[in-house]
Design a protein around this ligand. Structure first.
Ligand code: FAD
Length: 535
């Protein structure tokens, strides 16, 4: 039985972009100068990590700043695993990337002198982060969507979710990519989109952890699809954790900014005791990964659900004026932060690894490109310097938009439409929700902030069983977006576990009790389908 009653003709385009965040939309606008572009995005066009970015975009713009300093800050944070050539390239293209944002009409904050206002963030030795209030990503997303909507060469298909990439291997060739199967979430039809070049701009995968700052769309679909196609995936063990996200059943992913600790907030256990003094001389103001690790350790030791960030000793008027959004958001959930400590947990925030690409976003598979958080470029290495990721999205979108001009078309004479065989409607949706929950919980406990061989092995045993069950379910029933995401998330979990298992050292944000030291040589963890079990 076919997925749809009528077989629909493939959608033909030059460039298929999967994702409508900063990377996907910047690429689409540039590539539209030399080809037709179709952008598929699985929910509303503004539902992306980009939309939630708060801080801003890093670029060397201040008189007292230099490219060398930004390069050095990035390399130090990346802990020996950055590709220095890539770091230099991104840093040097930073000012032009900021100019492009201005050209799109992004309103960036300016000082009284009319110059761009530059803030300083952790790990940066100079002020170099351009921003728009504390909602920079939302402003970027707005401007990009408005510009894209006016472009006659770009079609955005919202509520359209890429299911899998089209591979010439199915037609007896090499795995060259020529488009994707795409689920129209409203009608349930699976369409075929055929393209000269396919660009993964599908963002991160932090939903693989039960606590995350990311929106629901961040399920690693791009990495999973690329891996299934045979592309190399790198450094998936490096997930950056933000120390403090609100712990509340109705607050899915609300960030409690580091500025609260900056203004004197204290971290406490449930019994009111402070604990950061014994982890770092700067206590609550220690580096992000140290604070995240300390909170994780205290939660694991006590078995509690969270720790607490206490602002109650500070002047209530000051707290309300300085943090109006956080104050109001917490109050709406029944927490008055001027009178009650805020329950917080660390949360998965950013995927440093991804689909391995060259300096133009080319993956190891012909016809397939990856840009933005879904890619692994070598910029971040073992840890990301704050505000370098929006920059990376801009730089690689531009480079890929140039590179695709030379894409050599690869496509069969007749494209086989999607078929769901004998699949029937699912009779057991609970399988999806239970497995979803289980994966995210054991990933958090066993392959989260502090790892060990034993923990990783426990996660490994569980994920292999679950993947068998999920794959069986996937092929037996008609697909829907929940099922697609679960299958992808399970593969992401497998890739993180496998990468963490192979790294026998602690480096950057990969910290394991069994190998607390760094090895002399820094190496990428590369995974490819042929080396592992079937997806
Ligand atoms: C709370 C928060 C704060 C942050 N603050 C900053 C900051 O200040 N500075 C900074 O540099 N970085 C920040 N980051 C990180 C940064 O926002 C992201 O790394 C960046 O926006 C990623 O952009 P992207 O275009 O690669 O992906 P995204 O913006 O995540 O876009 C991915 C797109 O792909 C779509 N998609 C996914 N799967 C599919 C599929 N199967 N089919 C179709 N579409 C699909 C999604 O719906 C979405 O449209 C922050 C992140 C978060 C969550």
């Amino acid at each position: 039985m076919l997925a749809s009653a009528t077989i629909m003709e493939p959608i033909e385009t030059d460039y298929l972009v999967i994702g409508s965040g900063i990377a996907g939309l910047h690429f689409a606008n540039l590539a539209s100068a030399h080809g037709r572009v179709v952008v598929v995005t699985k929910k509303a066009p503004n539902e992306s990590n980009t939309n939630y970015a708060q801080g801003g975009v890093a670029a060397v713009l201040a008189g007292d700043d230099t490219f060398e300093r930004h390069i050095e800050d990035t390399l130090v944070t990346g802990d020996g695993l950055c590709n220095p050539e890539v770091v230099r390239m991104c840093v040097e293209e930073g000012p032009a990337a900021v100019q492009s944002l201005l050209d799109y009409g992004v309103r960036l904050a300016r000082g009284a002198d009319g110059e761009l206002d530059l803030t300083r963030e952790g790990g940066h030795t100079r002020r170099r982060v351009v921003h728009y209030e504390d909602v920079t990503g939302r402003e970027i997303q707005r401007a990009l969507i408005e510009t894209t909507a006016r472009n006659p060469n770009i079609t955005i298909l919202d509520d359209h979710m890429a299911v899998d990439l089209l591979s010439m291997a199915k037609y007896g060739g090499d795995p060259a990519c020529f488009g994707a199967y795409v689920l129209d979430r409203r009608s349930g039809e699976v369409r075929t989109v055929v393209a000269r070049a396919t660009i993964l701009a599908s963002g991160g995968a932090s939903k693989v952890y039960v606590y995350t700052s990311n929106p629901d769309v961040a399920t690693g679909d791009g990495v999973a699809m690329a891996y299934r196609l045979g592309a190399t995936v790198s450094n998936m063990e490096f997930f950056q954790f933000h120390p403090t996200v609100l712990f509340h059943p109705q607050a899915k992913s609300f960030l409690i900014s580091e500025a609260l600790r900056g203004e004197g907030g204290k971290l406490r256990l449930g019994n009111g005791e402070r604990f950061m003094d014994s982890y770092h001389p700067l206590a609550e103001l220690g580096p992000r990964d140290v604070v995240a690790r300390a909170i994780d350790n205290e939660i694991k030791k006590s078995g509690a659900d969270s720790v607490f960030l206490d602002m109650t000793h500070l002047d209530a008027t000051f707290v309300r004026a300085r943090f109006p959004n956080i104050h109001d958001a917490c109050l709406a959930l029944g927490i008055d932060i001027t009178k009650q400590p805020i329950p917080v947990v660390p949360a998965a925030h950013y995927m440093c690894g991804g689909v391995k690409v060259d300096t133009s976003g080319r993956t190891t598979v012909r016809g397939l490109y990856a840009i933005g958080e879904t890619s692994c470029t070598g910029l971040h290495g073992a840890n990301r310097l704050a505000s370098n990721s929006l920059l990376e999205g801009m730089v690689y979108a531009k480079r890929a938009a140039e590179a695709v001009r030379d894409a050599v078309p690869a496509r069969p004479a007749k494209v086989v439409p999607w078929s769901s065989g004998n699949a029937t409607d699912s009779d057991d949706a609970i399988v999806v929700s239970l497995n979803w929950d289980e994966i995210r919980r054991f990933m958090w406990s066993y392959v989260g902030i502090v790892r060990s061989d034993k923990r990783i092995d426990r996660a490994r045993n569980r994920i292999e069983l679950l993947r068998q069950e999920i794959n069986q379910y996937y092929w037996d029933f008609k697909i829907d977006s929940d099922m697609i995401e679960l299958r992808n998330l399970a593969l992401i979990a497998h890739l993180v576990i496998e990468s963490a298992r192979r790294r026998k050292e602690s480096r950057g944000i990969h910290y394991t009790l069994d190998y607390p030291d760094k090895l002399p040589d820094a190496r990428d963890t590369d995974l490819q389908l042929t080396q592992g079990p079937p997806p």
